[in-house]
Design a protein around this ligand. Sequence first.
Ligand code: PXL
Length: 266
Amino acid sequence: MINDYPQVVTIAGSDSDGSAGMQADLLTFFEKKVYGATIITACVAGNSYGIHAFANMTPEFINQEFKDLADDFKIRAAKTGMLADSTIINLVADNYEKYDFGPLILDPVIITKHGDLLLEQEAYDTLVSRLIPLADVITPNFFEAEKLSGIDGNEPDFQVKAAQKLQAMGAKNVMVKGRHDSHEQETVTDYVLLEDGSSFEITGPYFSTTHKNGTGDTLSAAITAEIGLGKSVEEAIRSAKKYVDACIQNEIEVGHKFGPINHWAK
Ligand code: PXL
């Protein structure tokens, strides 16, 4: 058996409503035609109104998931999503150092669009010390970039400064997503700083919709898929951004409040 079909993995939480977390990642992998494996870190019970219960996987279980994939599959790229707490971050880093799963796309999932916390407060330090130095690409949203860089989002050139800081902290390539919290705005501008020091901006339309659950997961999953398919980081980011915009634009009517995006969009 040659085992050479492009294979990627998401190391993330399961979201019972199917809109975010590893469910959004798998839908993205499927649409991008890469084979998607999953390392579940935690499960959340919720729906479009919010999250109502959490359960973390045990360290033994997570270690076994890594081992089983490493024993059999040829993973070409990996992404992280919800990592829940310090213990899980440490063992994800340990396993990442132990096995070759290709480039790591770190989506520093901290809080949901409903305001539910997905990472315990004391886990930031572990994320910074253990995972940022392993990241080939990090994709913080505006709030996460503020939190991780320690720079105030109102400072002039915030995205540039935050990206430089995150690179100095060890991430090779950084995408600081634009602010999208005002219904007045017409566009959103993301800033990307590449490993070689070059940079670019991507400006896209701002979509005023409540159906945006799983947007960040989908973006980082699409970057992971493209990198798994052999694209450069720049190509992967540009193509992922286009895909996510299409997913938001082509609404799908599921749930009553903060609904999912539409992964069938092209
Ligand atoms: O979209 C962030 C996210 C990531 N992972 C899990 C989630 C959510 C948001 O709800 O539930 C498991």
